[in-house]
Ligand binder design. Sequence first.
Ligand SMILES: Nc1ncnc2c1ncn2[C@@H]1O[C@H](COP(=O)(O)OP(=O)(O)OP(=O)(O)O)[C@@H](O)[C@H]1O
Length: 935
Amino acid sequence: MNPPADLASPSLERKGYFVRFFDQLGIMLKRNTILQIRYTKSTLAQTIIAPFVFMLLLFILQKADYANQRRSDPNPPGAPLQGIYNCQGAKPDDPCINIMYTPSDATTDGILALFATKNAQRTGQPAFPKEVPLNNLATLPPRKLGMVPVPSFQFIYNYTLFNPNVTYWGITFTDTPGPPRNIAYQVWYNASNVANGTDVYGREVVSFMRGVDEAIISFLNGGQPTSMDVTLKDWPLIPPKTLSDTIVQNLGPVFFFCSEMVIFINVLNLLVSEKENKLRHGMEMMGLKSSVYWLSHFLSNSLLIAVGAFVTAIFGLMFGFFAFKNTNFGVIFFTFFLFGEGMLMLAFFITTFVRKARVAILIGIFVFIIGLLFESFVFSSSFVGYIWWDKGTSPAGWIVLMFFPFFNFGKAFLDITTYTTGRLDSLTNTFIPGPGFSWSTLYDPLPVELRPIYASGNTPDVPPPIQSWYFLLMNMAFYGVLTWYFDCVIPDEFGWSMPPWFFITPEYWGLGRGRKQHGEVDWLRSEKRRSPGSTPPADEDPDVADERNRALDETYHAAVRIVNLRKIYRNGFIQRKEDKVAVKDLCLNFEEGKLLALLGQNGAGKSTTMNILSGLTPATSGDALMYNLSVRSQMPEIRNIMGVCPQHDILFDDLTAEEHIRLYAGLKGVRKDTWTALVEERLKAVRLWKVRNQRAGTYSGGMKRRLSLVISTIGDPKIIFMDEPTTGMDPVNRRHVWEFVEKFKKGRVIVLTTHSMEEADVLGDRIAIMAHGRLRALGTSIALKTKYGTGYRISIICDPANAEIAKQTVSNMVPNAILEDDSAGALMYQFPTSRNGGEMLPRFIRFLESGEAEWVKAWGISQTTLEEVFLKLIRDANPNGYSGYETKPLVAQAELDLLRNRSLRRTLSRPTRRAAANGGGQHSGAGYGNGYAPS
Ligand SMILES: Nc1ncnc2c1ncn2[C@@H]1O[C@H](COP(=O)(O)OP(=O)(O)OP(=O)(O)O)[C@@H](O)[C@H]1O
């Protein structure tokens, strides 16, 4: 079958390194942008929502702090002293005595009468009346009494002691005639009223005394009204020590760090997920350069960081923070942008060590907690933030810390807020605004008046703010270089890595590589020296031995030649007994225009072989030469001519089928003007055209396989590896895929692994069967069937009464036919192949066809299937145990019974019938188109 011209025509553009680099970069940026748009929520969260939320929280905290600091009035107004109000007893309505006094004479009675009058004016209550004198300690007041004369000082003492909570005030006078006349008095009061706050600051005591003093003055002036108005004023309270924006200064580094961490954790997750899902490998197999991969992620995420920095600066202005209002917009923007970039490169660096997205997120959270604690302690104030530059602190501190982007950001933000927050003058309690932060401030060391003063009396030597920018740029470069280095030297999940000194090898820089193609003979000679291979097993199949000899023959030519390929999966660093030898000294040749179907039970080593040949995993020894390019040393060049459909779909859930094809066509360097036609032709071929605009994540398993298969054919590859390409496909679609593969193989080498014998039979020009890492058999389908098969089976249905005649006839005509089954007139014979005396078979078939034997009700013939060949070979390879197909003879018997029943039910296909009529030994055709029964 000839492929259509458009399938076979080369469509790759020959381009220089840089043109190819920028083409790939363009296509990767487009892919990233599509994904960023599809992940709308995540993109919005990183660029707008996170800055807004953290800014809003800061704003709320700022307002709360402001309100809290100004809750009490720092300069409370003075309050005039009031009069004395009516007394209360133990309970408000209990009887009590307002004033108990001694002695009672004209002077004291006169003074207290004046007191009562003035007090009544002040309180608006009736004046306290003078009561009858009280002499008896046991007498309790019948009501609220006004002013009660008592005999002595001692009486007051005893009465108040015996009758607590009865007397409000006590006063004892001493009048010394003089000159000068001295009217002294002593006030008794309930000190616990002052202590428990009922009488705040003792205002009632002072009021009482003020009233008595007034009355004395008035009395001495002959009753002249006197007023002593006293106002009591609280001392000023301590004014708010911090400004509202101090909270932005102290908490800003923590909050803006948190905001940046959203992008940081997202980048960790994104990159490691691409690694874990092998998407990066998939793209690299299609020719993506590592440098393009990193650069595209750097640029796409830088755009998000730039938007985030811009949005942060705008929100800062909207919320009215001084740090944003009084700072040059460019300074704010670049400070946030450079911080984001530093963290981005730190995230890149971390991804080189991690293979699982779950672990990456855990590391992200760990960095988040460390950074959060760091920012909240180190930058909680300018006092601790600048201590690293104090003369008493070792510079080792900031020299180590400068490698952390969040330290450099904290310092930069502290500088900005120190210049812009301003301060309160302690003497005048007035706000002194900060000088502001202009572009040129970047280069100025912090002025002395803005620096903190430490206990030693020192002020720190704070470097100019620009230094933090330089350090952030240094962080970018530092983590960028580490990312590049460790990405090369840390083995990936398939074991690929470069030597630690890779950067001094000329090959790494593209010198001396690619230009030279290996001479087949030179390569073979050196390979034979390097990997001599072990001695083949004594029972090696002759065809396998021939293939080995051809692979090692210098005069033989093949498009792809595999020599002594060996793969050992080590269980640690040193060689151990448990190490798994997955492929054992495989020698094989692939020819152009031919499809080789690789069969083998689970774990036989098929995928490992494919992975080595497609550059996914390195061989332990041996090599393969593909179109004169060595798999070991020239994989980048091989990738230009290779397509791979790996066993597990490597698809972006959020890209459509069309976007996948465009992406991979771009990476492969397919001419842009052919993309549209390519998309249509390939998607129609595998019947995905109608769903081309649906995201691959919504596809069924079979649809994903078809898309993976189509991707492997992009870019006109000379060699295609298909690892179980039709797994999970329904029979109709499988046939479409077969047709597509069949068309595609002209001029190309296709290697396909499968567990479908039918598929191997249909597609395989040659079939190779592997077991335990070794090649067990090799050849065309018919050759294998002839060699390993048991020949033909003929089933004859006749009347049970005629069974004996039938058996007699068969044994006469084909003496070495073996009767396998005889039940109720259903006979099943096994006929040997022509090589084993099966030459009588054609004659017997003609006999059955002629209808001469009337006792034959129906008959059918089947050839040994590939499945039987496969089972036999695998059984032979597992004499001591079952590796997927057999352990117990009973199981094998059951399988054979099943096969027998199946072949009985099967009717004969025309080519098979022809082959049988010719005595076997010829190609029996596809073998899956059945449909013959003698009429
Ligand atoms: N990364 C690995 N580390 C250790 N052993 C491995 C690794 N990959 C494969 N193996 C082992 O190597 C052997 C060959 O595996 P491989 O995947 O090549 O088999 P296969 O023939 O492709 O099987 P299947 O048909 O199931 O895909 C198996 O025993 C497998 O357990």
